[in-house]
Design a protein around this ligand. Sequence first.
Ligand code: ZN
Length: 235
Amino acid sequence: MVWIQVWADTNEFLRSEKIQSVSYRLQKNGQNDDWIEIVAHPMDKVILGICTNAGKIPSIEQDQKAWQKLVNTRAHLVIEEVIRVISDSDQRAKVVSLKDLVIPDFEYEAPGKLDIEIWVWNIPCQNCHKETPVVYPVGAFFGYMLEFNFLSNLPRLLAEKYPFFKKWSAKGKDGEEYRNTCTHCGEPQPDWRVMESYLDLSNNPEIVKEKSRLTVTLTEEEKAEYKKAGINSSW
Ligand SMILES: [Zn+2]
């Protein structure tokens, strides 16, 4: 048998063979949104609290789904580890604290490509005030909101598909950045206006004219960052 330490009370232990199942839930009153607790049944005791490194819960419903999926995937990885430790015969007659033994490795998730949802809708141009389409990537990348220049291959793909999304060199600034530009007067729309309008879409989802998907290849650097993000979220 293995004695499993209870999370909230280090002097309380559960006998592993009495545990019939384990489940997870988001930590109540957790300091961060992405902490989960692993609960042993039928005694209903928390045996582990752990961070999924998914970041804060996004405010947009669409992003929340991606966030929930990430937390769910990682929670199941943690549960697999917990079950492995609990049923490990080498641990027989030992007293174990799961926080020392369950060190999940989220690295396996690093993909070569990302499938990203793209939304198109109209906003009034900030220069001529006529309605002009804007395009924006939806969803979260490891708990971080996506932005145009977040993935280096994304702006070029967007520009190929949406001609109004194009390179623009700002006066007095080095280099060029891709921007949504007005289809009437050609003026670039500042990212913050597009972002603000995007955040407002949750109140008016019917405004979205087009939803499509793009597959973006990650650069080697991004893959490395992606892996790192699984361990510490320091983008
Ligand atoms: Zn305009």
